[in-house]
Design a protein around this ligand. Structure first.
Ligand code: SAH
Ligand code: MG
Length: 213
């Protein structure tokens, strides 16, 4: 928890839910400990998509399709989502959820984002980066290539439950590589002259970047 727990609880208590089906997908995912988007962040994601009104969305990290379905609820009618997932059981679950939701505007690309990103042409005017945290920095050049000027990039889990502010020696050895790469990523997002970025302490930390040139 990176913000006061009572404040976070209060913010979550304001969440009106997303209808019976999506609420069920959410409950099931949390029960199975699938790392779906936090409640506070989901409101932030939906608000950004609603404000941006994108034509094409790219999501890296589908899991069981929860966040893709959230976005589909608020995006313009003619918008399309491309989402990438490499873990087979989650691919199957996501496909079943898209089917059950009757949502045909979402295309699931199966495989490693590392390979798939290189083959995409875009442009994607909204990108939700929500996969392996340690890879964000390596994927950034491809992500920037896929974004038009005015495009929005939302990167999730960038504050790593607060770990990112700890000294490298205060985080567990096995987390040090991710810690270092996430700091590099946040530095890159905030210092790249093509981007205007705000790091927001919502949920597990989110960075919103707009491509300005
Ligand atoms: N966006 C989802 C949660 C995604 S969890 C939601 O909020 O509902 C992160 C997902 O990224 C996991 O399911 C994991 O299997 C996937 N992932 C991690 N590394 C990946 C990679 N290199 N390529 C494709 N998917 C990856
Ligand atoms: Mg996430």
């Amino acid at each position: 928890m990176i913000v006061n727990e009572r404040i976070a609880d209060y913010i979550c208590s304001l969440d009106p839910g997303n209808g019976a089906f999506l609420d069920q997908v959410e409950r099931e995912a949390r029960r199975q400990e699938v790392p779906i988007i936090r409640k506070e962040t989901s409101a932030f994601l939906k608000m950004l998509v609603a404000a941006k009104r994108p034509e094409r969305i790219l999501e890296v990290g589908t899991a069981v399709g929860y966040s893709a379905l959230l976005m589909s609820r608020v995006m313009p009618e003619n918008c399309r989502i491309t989402t990438i997932e490499k873990f087979s059981p989650r691919i199957q679950a996501a496909k079943a959820n898209f089917l059950e939701a009757g949502e045909e505007r979402i295309t699931l690309l199966e495989g490693d984002a590392e390979e798939i990103l290189k083959d995409l042409t875009g442009p994607f005017d909204f990108i939700f980066m929500d996969a392996a945290k340690g890879q964000y920095i390596h994927w950034l050049p491809e992500i920037l290539r896929l974004m038009p000027v005015g495009g929005v990039l939302l990167s999730d889990n960038v504050l790593q439950d607060g770990d990112v502010i700890q000294s490298r020696f205060a985080v567990e050895r096995r987390d040090r590589t991710i810690h270092k790469r996430m700091r590099e990523y946040l530095f890159a997002l905030t210092h790249d002259s093509r981007l205007q970025t705000s790091v927001v302490p919502v949920g597990d930390g989110a960075a919103v970047s707009v491509k300005i040139r």
